[in-house]
Design a protein around this ligand. Structure first.
Ligand SMILES: [Fe+2]
Length: 193
């Protein structure tokens, strides 16, 4: 390398996120924020749900999410850092969507909408934890990779459980509720005309 290259290197502007380590830390903070927002949202969704099975699924995932937060704190600790949140725009949006469905729907239809919202959250988390696990492996952070893997398994299982719940009971219930509601509302709208 010539002198010019060395000088160029010296003056090369360092991007804020200049390495895989930096990217890893940013994503760790992002998912740490996401898990906190999910912790706030799950009790609200559980409260709004009609199906007792769905309420149970949400509260089970609430307990798991507390563990997910603890695991992330363990990873921060391994890095010698204090846990820090970086506002996760994606989860904010998905929580807003869940709030919208809670405003707009009710009963069994709301349950179906809540599962759809929860699926979106789980898929987001599955994507994030998959990436974090892969980066942890590349960075030689074997223990962290194992923690991400443990969380990933629980997110995947939650996703599968929600699908079964939707297909076995919630969607059919929403469909029959919808038929009743639409015949009622067409009567109501005719009456109000
Ligand atoms: Fe989680």
């Amino acid at each position: 390398m010539g002198m010019t290259d060395t000088i160029k290197d010296m003056f090369k502007s360092t991007p804020e996120v200049g390495s895989l380590q930096d990217l890893f830390l940013e994503q760790l903070k992002d998912v740490y924020d996401a898990e906190h927002r999910i912790l706030e949202s799950l009790p609200v969704m559980s409260e709004a749900a009609t199906s007792t099975k769905l309420q149970a699924a949400f509260s089970k995932h609430q307990t798991q999410t507390e563990t997910h937060v603890t695991r992330l704190e363990q990873v921060f600790d391994m890095m010698g850092l204090e846990p820090e949140r970086k506002s996760c725009a994606a989860i904010k949006g998905l929580v807003t969507e869940a709030e919208e469905v809670m405003d707009e729907a009710e009963g069994n239809v709301l349950d179906a909408g809540l599962i759809a919202a929860a699926h979106a959250v789980e898929h987001y988390e599955i994507a994030r934890y998959g990436t974090l696990r892969a980066w942890a492996e590349t960075l030689g952070m074997t223990q962290a990779a194992k923690l991400f893997e443990a969380t990933l398994k629980e997110e995947n299982q939650t996703d599968v459980n929600l699908t079964s719940l939707a297909e076995d009971s919630v969607n059919p219930a929403a469909f029959s509720a919808d038929l009743t509601a639409s015949s009622k509302s067409s009567t109501a709208s005719r009456a109000s005309r």
